[in-house]
Structure formats: structure tokens, C-alpha cells
Design a binder for this molecule. Structure first.
Ligand code: UDX
Length: 477
């Protein structure tokens, strides 16, 4: 219609500046969002560190995406190890110093350098300095939240008032079964809260204070509501967008981004991967896909249990076993099972997960419940066996099992090990012919349809994104 033509005319003048550099789990949604915007005719430049840029270069390039890289002082990657090395806090403050300087120059020099001026800055959590620079130069900003809206809400309440979570956690030491009830959210047990609220890992001790700063910043913007774009969709988390009592933040669901991103023309040119051909040879919904994201490291014992569980299941499996940096052959956890594993299944070091999950042979995803993995599985209609590890994963697991009802969580033993028998039991529930399995598979299909609908033209995420672009356009024109 005519409104579409108008939109096309003005998005052409849009130039978004994305600022991100952290884990794969944060970068993927940014790249997907970039693809989506570029597909709409928006120009996108992604500012990141030299090291991150090198990492991103390994993935399929996105046609039309421009990179702007700067040195954060750690061009070979930042690895905190022991006392002699810099800590995350130091890294973050160095990043802030160098990043702010670089962004200010990048934004203000566009005209002189003959680049089209930026119209909006979108950044990762913990980088409010990027928004600060942008606002100083009169640009609208938005944060892209790469976890579920539910998680954002939990943090919002956590920082807002001790009565919601902190005090309850103190009392919970004596009362471990007590539930945390937050407005609009399902009641959560302690182990279903984000892990860094309950037991912050030492190496990542900067996260909670960093997030507190981030939330303070979001809530204290004079004369305007802060915008938080979320990689979820309205129908999936209707009560959580935004927290029920919050009027200072606009939370805009624009996901699942991997779905709306669509395929890059260059994807088609690449040859079919061997593991996809292997999947082609398997029966519909027969394969177990196993992957624990880009960060988790499982113990040797745990790997052995998983190997035995998969072998004992009698089903074919595709298992992503990431190579660990600097680890020699003799430490290969799976050495004793390798022969049998490659006979009965397929082990890869990395795969195109989105492609794997959308393959008709895949019938179940054994996952750590990282948000990208969860939403990719849900929107591909694949039911899950959840083995959450840390961060948001415990909460995501809760939503998967009890709210969306598209999977089961495993039970670990007293030593927090997931035993092979338990894996087999969960796989039987999800993939077997029982009533529960049928229900999970039916729900997964229904969620897939809702997700697809949300990103298609006229769907909730599509409408939200266009309205956001309109808003940005109105502010910059
Ligand atoms: C991190 C956190 O751990 C997670 O809890 C948070 O929600 C996001 O940031 P990560 O552990 O890497 O992410 O997990 P996840 O969010 O699932 O992201 C992994 C991404 O890598 C997914 O987009 C997945 O498609 C991709 N991937 C993973 C592959 O493309 N190939 C693989 O072989 C494995």
C-alpha cells in the first residue's frame, strides 16, 4: 500500500549504528537485527572491537553491513586469568574510555568523511556509555535486550526494591521452598532466578553492579522514555512487556530476530554442509540435536554421562562438541566413546544451528536453554530437553517447561550431574509416543506458527518494528 512506499522512502535515509562486543549469544541477535533492517532498506554500521570483528568474520558475512572497528586494548581477546591479569572491571572501564572517544568521533565526523549521518544508536546491555555519547550528540538510542522480557522484569524488580527479591533470598536460606512472586510473572523458586542474583560467579562479579548501573540509567532519562528492544514477541510474554508497574521504559518486542532476518543471498551460494546431508538421510523428527551454546564448559564426567545417555537412547543424534581452546588431544573427554558415537550419531565442532533446528529430521533439542537457543527452538517447532547451567538459563528453562509447555527440564543428582538414565528418560518423554510427548510437540508447532505470524507483515513484531522506525524518523527529521 501507499504507507509502505512512504516507509521505504524514509528508511532509506536511516543509518543505524549498532554497538556490541561480548559473547556470541549477544552478537547473533545483533547480526540478525542488522539483516532485518538492511532488508528493509536501512543502512547499518556495526561498531565493535578489533578482536570481536575478527570473530564475527568467521561467520557468514551479511551483505550490506558496514563494520567500524576500534581497539579496546585487547586485540587478541580479553581473558581474565588469575591475579596478574587485568580484571573485567578494568576491561570495562578501558572499553568505556576508548569506545566513547571512538564513537564520538565516528558520529560527528560522518559529514566531513562523506558518510551518511547516523540516525539512531542501538547498544548491548552494560554499554550505557554508548547511549550517553549518542544522546550528547542528539541521537535517539535504544538498548537491544538479548534475553527474554521476563528476565528484564526480574532484574527491574530486583533493583527497584529489596522487598521483591533480595529480602526474600535472605529468608530463603531457612525456607528454601519459598517462591518469589513478581507482578505479571510466574512464581519462581530460587533456582529459577537468574543465577547471578543468587550466586554470582567470581569472574563475572562485574555483571550485577554493571546491570544495576544500566537499569538506573534507563530509568533516569529526563524528558523521554528509554527504549528497550527485545528479542521476543508479544504473544510469548504478554505480561512482561514492560514490567507491570513501570512507566519509564518502552519495551518493544521485535523478535524472534533470527526468523525475521531471513536468508542472506550469500547463504544460498555456500555448499550444503555434511551434517545437513546426514540429517537428510534420517526419518522425520527422529534426530536428537544436542548443543550447549557458545560458552558452557561441561565436566569430563558430564560429557561421559551425555555420551552414554545418547548411545542408550537408540536414536540418531547430532552433537555439537566445541573444541576447547588450548586443550590437547589426551584431554578429549569423549575418547573412550568416540568410535561408537560416530557410528550411531554425528559429532561436529560447530554447526549452523538455525538451519539444523529447522530441518524436518530434528525431533528434539537437548539444550542449556540460552535465550537464542530457546527462541530458535521454539520458533522452529522443536520441543526441548533443558539442562540449564547459569545466567538466565534457569529462568528460561522454567518458561519452557511450565509456561510455554514445550519441553522438560532434567533432574540432576546430588552432585549436580545429569546422569545418562535421566537423559534417556527425558528423551523418551519428549520424543516417545506418550501423551506428554504429544502435547509438547503439539505446543511446539503452535508456538512456531505464532512466532512466524509475529514477524510476518502485519504481525505484532513487524508492526512494532515499523512503529519504532517511524518514531526514530520523526525524531531525526
Ligand atoms: C549467552 C548466555 O549463555 C545465554 O544464557 C544468554 O541467553 C545469551 O548469551 P550462549 O550460551 O552462547 O549465550 O547461548 P545461546 O543464547 O543459545 O546462543 C548461542 C548461539 O550460537 C545461538 O544463536 C546458536 O544458534 C548459535 N550456535 C550454537 C550455532 O550457530 N552453532 C552451534 O553449533 C552452537
Amino acid at each position: 500500500g501507499s504507507s509502505d512506499i512512504n516507509l521505504r522512502a524514509f528508511v532509506d535515509e536511516h543509518h543505524f549504528l549498532f554497538v556490541t562486543f561480548t559473547a556470541q549469544g549477544h552478537i547473533n541477535p545483533f547480526l540478525q537485527f542488522a539483516k532485518r533492517l538492511i532488508g528493509m532498506g536501512v543502512h547499518v554500521t556495526l561498531a565493535t572491537s578489533v578482536y570481536m570483528h575478527r570473530c564475527m568474520n568467521k561467520t557468514t558475512p551479511i551483505t550490506g553491513l558496514t563494520f567500524a572497528t576500534f581497539s579496546d586494548g585487547f586485540d587478541d581477546g580479553f581473558k581474565p586469568k588469575g591475579d596478574a591479569n587485568p580484571k573485567y572491571e578494568e576491561y570495562m572501564s578501558e572499553l568505556k574510555r576508548r569506545g566513547s572517544e571512538y564513537l564520538a568521533h565516528l558520529i560527528s565526523s560522518a559529514k566531513e568523511e562523506g558518510r551518511s549521518p547516523f540516525t539512531c544508536v542501538v547498544h548491548t546491555p552494560l554499554l550505557e556509555w554508548a547511549a550517553e555519547v549518542a544522546r550528547g550528540l542528539h541521537l535517539p538510542t535504544a538498548m537491544l535486550w538479548v534475553q527474554p522480557a521476563t528476565l528484564f522484569d526480574i532484574l527491574y524488580y530486583y533493583f527497584k526494591d529489596d522487598k521483591y527479591i533480595k529480602n526474600k533470598l535472605m529468608n530463603q536460606k531457612e525456607n528454601p521452598s519459598g517462591l518469589i512472586e513478581l507482578p505479571g510473572l510466574p512464581p519462581l523458586s530460587t533456582r529459577e532466578l537468574p543465577s547471578f542474583l543468587v550466586s554470582p560467579p567470581e569472574a563475572y562479579s562485574f555483571i550485577l553492579p554493571g546491570l544495576e548501573e544500566q537499569f538506573k540509567w534507563l530509568l533516569q532519562q529526563p524528558n523521554s522514555k528509554s527504549v528497550v528492544l527485545v528479542n521476543t514477541f508479544q504473544e510469548l510474554e504478554p505480561q512482561a512487556l514492560p514490567p507491570l508497574d513501570c512507566n519509564d521504559i518502552d519495551m518493544i518486542a521485535i523478535g524472534p530476530l533470527f526468523l525475521s532476518a531471513g536468508k542472506d543471498p550469500s547463504d544460498k551460494a555456500s555448499p550444503r554442509e555434511e551434517y545437513i546431508e546426514w540429517l537428510d538421510s534420517k526419518a522425520e523428527s527422529s534426530v536428537i540435536y544436542v548443543s550447549f551454546g557458545s560458552m558452557c564448559v561441561l565436566s569430563k564426567r558430564q560429557m561421559g554421562e551425555i555420551a552414554r545417555g545418547l548411545l542408550g537412547s537408540g536414536r540418531p543424534f547430532l552433537w555439537v562438541v566445541r573444541e576447547r581452546e588450548g586443550q590437547g588431544e589426551e584431554e578429549d573427554e569423549l575418547r573412550e566413546y568416540r568410535k561408537e558415537l560416530v557410528e550411531k550419531g554425528k559429532i561436529v565442532g560447530w554447526c549452523k544451528q538455525v538451519e539444523v533446528l529447522s530441518h524436518s529430521s530434528v525431533g528434539c533439542f537437548v539444550t542449556h536453554c540460552g535465550w537464542n537457543s530457546s527462541v530458535e527452538s521454539l520458533a522452529s517447532g522443536v520441543p526441548m530437553v533443558g539442562f540449564p547451567q547459569w545466567a538466565d538459563q534457569n529462568t528460561n528453562g522454567k518458561l519452557i517447561e511450565d509456561v510455554w509447555k514445550i519441553g522438560v527440564r532434567v533432574r540432576v543428582n546430588n552432585e549436580r550431574v545429569l546422569e545418562s538414565e535421566e537423559i534417556r528418560r527425558c528423551l523418551d518423554v519428549v520424543m516417545g509416543s506418550g501423551e506428554k510427548g504429544e502435547e509438547l510437540r503439539r505446543n511446539a508447532k503452535e508456538w512456531r506458527e505464532l512466532a512466524v505470524k509475529a514477524v510476518n507483515q502485519g504481525g505484532s513484531s513487524d508492526i512494532n518494528l515499523r512503529a519504532f522506525l517511524d518514531e526514530v524518523g520523526a525524531r531525526t527529521s
